[in-house]
Design a protein around this ligand. Structure first.
Ligand SMILES: Cc1cc2nc3c(=O)[nH]c(=O)nc-3n(C[C@H](O)[C@H](O)[C@H](O)COP(=O)(O)OP(=O)(O)OC[C@H]3O[C@@H](n4cnc5c(N)ncnc54)[C@H](O)[C@@H]3O)c2cc1C
Length: 511
């Protein structure tokens, strides 16, 4: 049997990248193809919570909540640079849910996460004296505080892909899997690059990690007439200039019994979301509607002292949740996932349906367990206790920043903090031999220098200004049209040494 790779993963969202990393770490040869940029769809459009999902308790999803709470700790350990604990304030509204019910729910939430937990316990607060009460309307006297985690979702995807590549995986961005069929027990997949280049890749196992396209991929690329249906639910977020002066996030109950988060975002902003709207069009065309913007602004005005107007919105994004097809309203459909191993065509096909950012690692582990057993091998799982993601090999962020300011005393404090939160110890690769800020090269605006751009192209598969400004970083929030155009011009003409994957040096080798 001739083949080019053990496993072809189709889809470079969080699930595809997590599966590729896990499989490469178990010694399988892996190719991942992503038709657009890594994380260009659902995996960059989430609320970015690493959470059990407090509200899922109301739907009796205890198993999902416990699984997700266990993962919360694992991700915080794996990626201390891009993921961190966050405290959430839930102002109490007696007309919606009685205080005893919320207290009980939080106790359950704490106890389902017990055993793995380093995060603080939930507790009640007096909003008349607590810092989080200052920005709120007068109507709130009592609230509850609980812990969850937060992650830069698109960076999580890129770091998983980088780690997979460092373990030997071949990561191909802007490469679509157009069709695949089985011949002599091997998948023959037709891949097409954005440059029009076509290739047939032979793989022993095909993994369908196409997110919202997982169902349609089975029809269009594999010719399956019957395939499971996903329920597609759109969710949108708006970004506003900072609405409050502290690090707590808020979880607000709405009169329609939904919840909306207001989260400190990129230092100067507040992230507000989400909506839940059944969606029937192409997931690639998803965008926020005017009534969603109004709904989210009204939700903020209902709770904050100062009204929030539609004109205040500085950015918005929308994504499509690929959910298991269930009846019920869009916000109550399960956020759990299903893996389906299918050998009907003569070679293993693993389908990934549903999921959350929070459970991606566990999903990847279970997916590769199933793939390994389909290939008749037994290679132990490793990601729960294995190495952190690239750049996450540090224990104390403040000490790391202090060490950088000794070695690179000219490094602006704000830049050091941003690079810590994006690259962790790998910031040493960016800083390298620089002896002044001028050595970082051309300045594109908002403290984005040429060195960072070159790094993102050479190590993180960035190709366009969009990849850099909205997925590898969120500097798009801070740069004007002219600055963005200049960056795009640089990427099209001047960028040196473009590679098709990350170079393999580590921060410690270059520090
Ligand atoms: C509004 C919203 C809020 C959310 N909030 C949270 C949250 O706070 N916490 C949480 O844990 N989860 C959250 N989620 C869920 C989470 O974002 C998703 O479950 C997760 O990102 C899905 O990842 P994925 O890899 O399955 O899909 P995607 O990220 O969409 O990746 C699939 C990829 O497959 C590619 N692809 C498709 N077809 C092909 C092909 N033929 N060839 C090559 N590539 C192909 C696509 O381009 C795409 O990039 C949220 C989701 C939404 C929409």
């Amino acid at each position: 049997m001739h083949y080019d790779t053990d496993i072809l993963v189709v889809g470079g969202g969080v699930n595809g990248a997590g599966i590729a990393r896990d499989a490469a770490g178990r010694g399988f040869s892996v190719t991942l193809c992503e038709r657009d940029d890594l994380a260009s769809h659902t995996s960059s459009a989430s609320t970015k919570l690493i959470h059990g999902g407090l509200r899922y308790l109301e739907h009796y999803e205890f198993r999902l909540v416990a699984k997700a709470l266990a993962e919360r700790e694992v991700i915080l350990r794996l990626a201390p640079h891009i993921a961190w604990p966050m405290l959430f304030v839930l102002p109490h509204e007696s007309s919606l849910r009685p205080a005893w019910m919320i207290r009980l729910g939080l106790l359950l939430y704490d106890s389902l996460g017990a055993g793995h937990r380093t995060l603080a316990d939930s507790h009640a607060v007096d909003l008349g004296s607590h810092v989080s009460g200052v920005a709120l309307n007068d109507g709130y006297s009592r609230g509850f505080v609980y812990s969850d985690g937060w992650v830069q979702d698109s960076r999580l995807v890129v770091l998983n892909a980088m780690d997979a590549a460092q373990r030997g995986a071949d990561i191909r961005v802007r490469t679509r899997c157009q069709a695949a069929h089985v011949e002599s027990g091997v998948w023959h997949a037709q891949l097409r690059g954005a440059d029009g280049r076509r290739e047939t890749l032979r793989a022993r196992v095909l993994v369908n990690a196409c997110g919202p396209w997982a169902g349609s991929f089975l029809g269009s690329a594999l010719g399956r007439r019957k395939h499971p249906k996903l329920r597609l639910v759109k969710g949108s977020h708006i970004v506003l200039p900072r609405l409050f002066d502290h690090d707590y996030a808020y979880i607000f109950q709405q009169p329609d019994r939904r919840i909306v988060f207001a989260i400190p975002y990129e230092t100067d902003y507040t992230l507000v979301g989400t909506t839940d709207v059944d969606y029937h069009a192409d997931p690639a065309d998803v965008h926020i509607e005017a009534d969603e913007i109004r709904y989210l602004c009204d939700a903020m005005t209902r709770h904050f002292r100062d009204p929030v107007r539609v004109e205040d919105v500085v950015w918005s994004y929308s994504g499509v949740r690929p959910l298991l097809d269930e009846v019920g309203n869009a916000s109550s459909v399960s956020r759990d996932y299903q893996l389906g191993l299918d050998s009907a065509q003569g070679a293993p096909l693993l389908n990934v349906f549903g999921g959350k950012i929070t459970t991606y690692r566990r999903l990847g582990e279970q997916a590769v367990d199933q793939v390994a057993s389909a290939l008749g091998t037994d290679r132990p799982a490793w990601t729960a206790h294995g190495d952190p993601l690239p750049g996450g090999d540090f224990a104390d962020a403040e000490r790391l920043i202090a060490a950088w300011s000794q070695r690179w005393p000219w490094l602006p404090v704000a830049l050091a903090h941003r690079w810590l939160r994006h690259y962790g110890t790998r910031a040493a690769i960016l800083l390298g031999d620089a002896v002044s800020v001028h050595d970082l090269g051309q300045h594109f605006g908002a403290q984005l220098y040429q060195r960072e751009v070159d790094y993102l192209v050479c190590h993180e598969w960035a190709r366009t200004s969009e990849d850099i400004l909205w997925r590898r970083t969120k500097l798009g929030l801070r740069m004007n049209e002219e600055e963005r155009r200049r960056l795009q011009g640089y990427l099209e003409t001047a960028v040196p040494g473009r590679t098709d994957g990350p170079l393999h040096e580590t921060a410690s080798e270059t520090a």
